[in-house]
Design a protein around this ligand. Structure first.
Ligand SMILES: [Zn+2]
Length: 224
């Protein structure tokens, strides 16, 4: 990880240049595979990723008679940043020299409120008391040219350490199992011992994974 450094970030206190870069980094990560959330049709909501650039040029960036729009507008992303990266949350950025190339954040939240937010019940499978604060691992992403260099893993463990300091016992993450399991799904389940607590309807493909740190203390070991 030559030249890569990590910095704890808050939109309320950090350099605004970092905030501006994070907005762009976030949009670029999700515009790329496997998410492909770059441009969408405002009429039928179909969407495409950066890999579809030539096709989109062939249809002149129009669909259903309308110009395509950003899947994630800057306005929406920055509003999410201020909403989700509160002073109590844990957010880490990966920098290549002064450029943001990855991000990772999460926050503590009451279990019952997280169930409402995610629109699914999951507490019963891990016997999580619904009035407990739990750790929600919200977002993690690295720009394509920087992947497979353990940058996401390094940020994950920094976030995890912040959760330990807050004495949170249960960790929750939402990821994709089908049609193809995401890299994060495989990593959480195979390397860290997370179990599937709940699944969205079949065609959705997303699942809720959870870990009880009292039962899986190895998950705190960054040498995994
Ligand atoms: Zn359309």
């Amino acid at each position: 990880m030559k030249n890569i450094s990590f910095i704890s970030f808050s939109p309320f206190t950090s350099d605004l240049e970092l905030t501006a870069q994070l907005v762009d980094c976030y949009r670029e990560v999700f515009a790329d595979s496997p998410w492909n959330e770059w441009l969408k049709c405002p009429v039928c909501q179909e969407y495409w990723g950066l890999k579809d650039r030539s096709f989109l040029a062939s249809i002149r960036f129009c669909h259903c008679g309308q110009s395509l729009v950003d899947f994630w507008s800057r306005t929406e992303v920055i509003s999410d940043l201020y909403h989700e990266i509160t002073p109590e949350s844990s957010c880490w950025l990966a920098l290549d020299n002064q450029t943001v190339v990855g991000f990772c954040w999460g926050y503590s939240i009451l279990a019952n409120i997280l169930e409402d937010k995610l629109g699914i019940t999951f507490c019963d499978n891990l016997n999580i008391p619904r009035d407990n604060l739990i750790a929600y691992q919200d977002e993690i992403g690295v720009l394509a040219p920087y992947r497979k260099r353990h940058i996401a893993r390094a940020m994950f463990f920094k976030r995890q350490e912040d959760f330990f300091e807050q004495r949170l016992r249960f960790c929750i993450v939402r990821t994709r199992r089908s049609p193809e399991p995401s890299a994060t799904f495989l990593w959480y389940t195979q390397k860290l011992g997370y179990e599937i607590l709940a699944a969205y309807p079949e065609e959705d493909g997303r699942v809720i994974l959870g870990l009880d740190l009292l039962k899986q203390p190895l998950a705190i070991c960054s040498s995994l």
